[in-house]
Design a protein around this ligand. Sequence first.
Ligand code: PLP
Length: 386
Amino acid sequence: MTNNLTKRVLNIAPSATLAIDSKAKQLKKDGKDMVIFGAGEPDFNTPDNIKRAAIKAVENNITRYTPVAGIPELKKAVSDKFRKFNKINYDTSEILISCGGKHSLYNICMAVLEKGDEAILPVPYWVSYDEMIKLCDAKTVFCNTDEKFKLTAKDVEEKITKHTKLLFLNSPSNPSGAVVEPSEIRKIAKLAVDHNFYVISDEVYEYLIYGKEHLSIASINDEIKNLTITANSVSKTYAMTGWRIGYLGANRELVNAMTNLQGHSTSNASNIAQMAAIEALNGPQDSVAKMVKAFDERRKFMWKRLNEMGLECVEPEGAFYAFPSIKSTKLDSTKFCSKLLDEALVAVVPGNAFGSDDFVRLSYATSMQEIEKGMDRIEKWLKTIN
Ligand code: PLP
């Protein structure tokens, strides 16, 4: 019956990260002693103060629909956070709350991309961007990054045509952990203004950054702010992946269009989760600092071990991923991952899912003990294949 399905859905590639994760979890359930580096989520629990806010919301019957664009108090908290942390002034009418950062990004693509448009996508890229572009019938124009996976204005400039509608900017990056240099972000902003294209600045990993400066492109000046959609989420910062709260800031015209769209698809994000997100943004932030410290220790350890065993790896500067080269093994990334899974019971994600077949992605959002065990296994396994 596939003939009855639209080209739109038939063209979507399943998410490789979710596929690996679920295969590894199934093997674990079957009793195998798996080490899983596939996760795209913190291994920490949602902080107690946030959980309590949700429980209180339920007990107080705050369980009905909310305005489509979100609870006013949450929009206010987001607007305050944008002003204080990102140095961007978004009025509450320029904020839209959605069902996860992914949903925010989907709304943006649906609002600005259509057939004939080109979207510039730096490689390596997060798996869903390319699929979202396809779902909008637009064309993906892949763009190089430098040897440290950092996007430069020069690489963007080479890809600009009269059809360019949008640039995806994701710093810190999933999968590479690269942080784009502020000087390049300034130059990229100028390109966007001069050539009049939108920038989606996906800043979901902005807090998970190790000694580098995070610059929000929309903070540079009003012209680039007007062309930028700053997308974010409480998922990674507050270990709230399952709560599904994403948010964005953009000009009023865009926010109204996306609100309209959301009003006919999901309506509002969960009322209870929005109440929890208010506490996440307004409440104590010490749990974030603790999490970042733990990620930083794991990051350094994993990066060192990977290089020592011959899997050359650029130092990740943000997020919670390492993205080593597997060129030395002469295997493509799919083969590498399936052999590693079957023979060493270690799950990592193939780089071809991110547009880079010579690499694999390992998440260090797992305990140090598991990281040590996994590194030992990979090192031993590499000796069997070389
Ligand atoms: N953007 C990037 C780069 C991501 O890695 C993810 C999740 O993995 C998201 C957005 C979306 O996260 P969520 O939908 O949980 O907010």
